[in-house]
Design a binder for this molecule. Structure first.
Ligand code: HEM
Length: 125
């Protein structure tokens, strides 16, 4: 299923689905391994999380995808996530994008579209 994207510039800059899938394939194992985030992802089905993140990054970057996962508030409500935890996840995503040779400006554009989600994800103040 797909919907036409109004502006898919960022999606294409990320390398379209192959580029996004490579970023997410790198990102999720890093989240599981990083001591700052590992505890959160201890019981996570990595294959499912990868699929959801691939869809979500595709949609937020303007790609022709449909996100089939939970709303961000619902997905994270049973965890205690602080601003520090959120920032740690962002740093892990930056490391994954560095490893996949995503240009700095492109990284920042994706991060800028994800950043507002902190309102629905950070729930420890
Ligand atoms: C911009 C930041 C974030 C984005 C875009 C994001 C995105 C997502 C998505 C798409 C899912 C899948 C929802 C579903 O299964 O339907 C998910 C689940 C999850 N997220 Fe996040 N998330 C973010 C921040 C965080 C942070 C900061 C933490 C904790 C440090 C976290 C921990 C988790 C965990 C543990 C799951 C559940 C995985 C499972 O199914 O077991 N997320 N997130």
């Amino acid at each position: 299923q797909s919907a036409p994207a109004a502006d898919d510039t960022l999606f294409r800059a990320l390398g379209a689905r192959p580029g996004i899938d490579a970023i997410v394939d790198d990102f999720v194992p890093r989240l599981v391994a990083d001591p700052r985030t590992s505890e959160f992802f201890r019981k996570t089905n990595q294959a499912h999380l990868k699929q959801m993140l691939e869809e979500q990054f595709c949609v937020v970057s303007g790609g022709p995808c449909v996100y089939t996962g939970l709303p961000m508030k619902t997905a994270h409500q049973d965890m205690d996530i602080s601003k520090g935890d959120f920032n740690a996840l962002v740093e892990v995503l930056q490391a994954a994008m560095d490893a996949q040779h995503v240009p700095f400006a492109t990284q920042n554009q994706l991060l800028a579209r994800l950043a507002p989600m902190h309102r629905d994800i950070v729930n420890v103040h």
